[in-house]
Design a protein around this ligand. Structure first.
Ligand SMILES: NC(=O)c1ccc[n+]([C@@H]2O[C@H](COP(=O)([O-])OP(=O)(O)OC[C@H]3O[C@@H](n4cnc5c(N)ncnc54)[C@H](OP(=O)(O)O)[C@@H]3O)[C@@H](O)[C@H]2O)c1
Length: 221
């Protein structure tokens, strides 16, 4: 069993999620940031790839106090569990994702450096799955066993690729901001899917100065 998995990502109208330096750039508007905060508050866990941790140093916590209070009223922790997919245990010990406000689980592979692992174990829970790369299906099953039923994936491009290629994604939410970036990682980054992965449009609406499109994955396993 695995949780319901949805990817939420902001992209330029040419489908880029950052620029050629792979550094975060502002794509969302205020309205979208409120929507994303609500999605976080409604999730049991939030997952990112190590590339995103190294590039953007996100905190991945709920910002709005009322949303956090609503979670605690219903018996949940104020913030969802943060999950980093990090085969080689490269998460820096001072990364924001290891801040005290929320629990963090670092998923590593068997090839992770033992010294780095020991240091991370002081700051987060560590889960080992896969020989050289994190086995995403095993990780999702582990998250399910911890009570995670709704998992929000916040990028980046390579993690999105890994999850989609294994049929582990149920929904993809894309906020297209009114900008064009040209070179930079796309929403999904990896060798071409042959044949391309089919998705079905389930919702589309204008939000702020951009467009929110929600797609259902039909290749899920
Ligand atoms: N616009 C947005 O909404 C948004 C959101 C998030 C990120 N971003 C941007 O996305 C970029 C980062 O994306 P990224 O593609 O470089 O990194 P990423 O997707 O965040 O992380 C990818 C890394 O995850 C690790 N990984 C471990 N097991 C994996 C598996 N089974 N499948 C896939 N990956 C696995 C790999 O590193 P190891 O082999 O070392 O484990 C891989 O290189 C940054 O530019 C960031 O700004 C944009």
């Amino acid at each position: 069993m695995r949780p319901h998995v949805f990817i939420n990502i902001a992209a330029s109208i040419d489908g880029r999620i950052s620029d050629e330096r792979r550094k975060q750039i502002r794509i969302s508007c205020e309205e979208d940031m409120l929507r994303v905060d609500k999605l976080r508050a409604e999730s049991d866990a939030i997952m990112v790839g190590i590339g995103t941790v190294l590039a953007d140093n996100p905190k991945l916590t709920v910002r709005n106090t009322a949303l956090k209070e609503e979670r605690t009223r219903t018996g949940k922790a104020p913030n969802p569990i943060r999950v980093v997919v990090d085969s080689r245990a490269r998460t820096p010990p001072n990364a924001n994702v290891l801040s005290k406000e929320a629990k963090t689980l670092i998923a590593v592979s068997e090839s992770a450096d033992k010294v780095k692992l020991a240091s991370l174990k002081n700051r987060a829970e560590v889960f080992i799955a896969g020989k050289n790369r994190v086995d995403l299906r095993t990780l999702l099953e582990h998250l399910y066993s911890l009570g995670v039923r709704r998992l929000m994936v916040e990028g980046g491009a390579r993690l999105n690729y890994g999850l989609i290629s294994e049929g582990l994604v149920d929904e993809i939410m894309i906020y297209y901001g009114g900008i064009i970036i040209a070179d930079g990682p796309a929403i999904v980054d990896g060798p071409s899917f042959k044949p391309p992965v089919p998705v079905e449009l389930s919702e589309v609406k204008q939000l702020g100065k951009g467009v929110l499109a929600i797609w259902k994955c039909t290749n899920k396993l």
